[in-house]
Design a protein around this ligand. Structure first.
Ligand code: NAD
Length: 299
């Protein structure tokens, strides 16, 4: 069994990105710049945004954090996004989800300029990804692809089973693993809460991606000998084993499943660090205009 060490690969990729920042400053005359918008003060959202801002610093990007109060109106938030869209110094923007219930997440995501949508959530980027056009690919799926690639894991003709059909993980992973090319060319089965015979389907997987958000859901009986297992799940539970009083659990029962696998991601230290580094990679691409060309005011 080989551990897919997301922490190690993410730090390698960070070094590569940091190495390019100097060149970009020379060639573009500016430093890549990510803006993050956070509404309210949800503890988990604060932690995620803080990690993203810290990662920007580590690679030499500029970052701006815009904090809006929980009661902010939808119009005010949309106005802030317009302002960021029109700011030529900012290359990429993310709005930390979830948003308070009085704000439409769909409206907010659609308001972000497709050129600055480094989370890859805008319907235009999702659609372009689906039909194989250059697009920002959302960070978690992009991170999973990079991990497979860096470990040279064969994907062509393999049966990839994904548990979970969310817009940010399951569905894009399914589309990407089915696309022509590497990583890809898989035969894909997308499972969800209404899937029948889930255990049988999982046992057929050469590559199993668990993204349902249920700690320890995948057990050894559900995994074929030699399978590649990617654990996306993160469930925070109280623990007296850690200083913080919390620990993170994946969707896979690691201890029992790992001995059957050819490759497996740990939680933490697998997909999580790859997600953050993919956001940085998207911001780098945005600063270089790799997908949509150079940014112009208002686009
Ligand atoms: P979600 O809640 O939006 O979707 C969960 C999906 O799992 C749904 O499609 C549902 O149909 C399916 N599901 C639920 N119970 C099921 C069951 N018993 N059998 C089969 N399918 C079932 O979740 P999400 O946003 O995609 O996140 C999934 C998990 O991944 C969460 O634990 C989340 O915290 C984690 N996550 C991790 C990262 C990372 O960077 N590592 C990024 C995003 C999400």
């Amino acid at each position: 069994m080989i551990l897919l060490d997301g922490k190690k690969i993410a730090s390698q990729i960070k070094e590569e990105i940091a190495g390019r920042v100097g060149e970009i400053v020379k060639s573009e005359g500016k430093t890549p710049h990510l803006a993050a918008v956070i509404v309210g003060s949800d503890g988990a959202s604060e932690t995620y945004v803080a990690h993203k801002v810290k990662a920007c610093k580590e690679v030499g990007f500029n970052s701006s954090l815009f904090r809006l109060e929980e009661q902010v109106t939808e119009d005010l938030l949309l106005g802030k996004i317009d302002e960021i869209n029109n700011n030529n110094d900012i290359d990429g923007v993310i709005v930390q989800l979830p948003l308070p219930s009085h704000i439409s997440e769909d409206k907010v995501i659609e308001r972000i300029s497709v050129r600055k949508d480094v989370d890859g959530f805008h319907p235009v980027n999702v659609g372009r990804m689906l039909i194989g056009q250059p697009a920002y690919i959302s960070a978690t799926p992009y991170g999973i692809l990079q991990l497979l690639e860096r470990y040279n894991i064969e994907t062509s003709g393999k049966h990839c089973v994904i548990i979970g059909r969310s817009n940010i993980v399951g569905k894009p992973v399914a589309a990407l693993m089915a696309r022509k090319g590497y990583p890809g060319d898989c035969t894909v089965t997308l499972c969800h809460s209404r899937t029948r015979n889930l255990e049988d389907i999982c046992r057929q997987a050469d590559i199993l991606v668990a993204a349902l958000g249920s700690a320890g859901f995948v057990n050894a009986d559900m995994v074929k000998e030699g399978a590649v297992v990617i654990d996306v799940g993160i469930t925070r539970v109280q623990s007296n084993e850690t200083k913080s009083g919390w620990k993170l659990l994946g969707d896979v029962g690691f201890q029992e499943v790992a001995p059957k696998c050819s490759y497996i991601t740990p939680v933490p230290g697998g997909v999580g660090p790859m997600t953050i580094v993919s956001l940085l990679a998207n911001t780098l691409r945005a600063s270089l205009g790799e997908i949509y060309g150079r940014q112009r005011t208002g686009q």
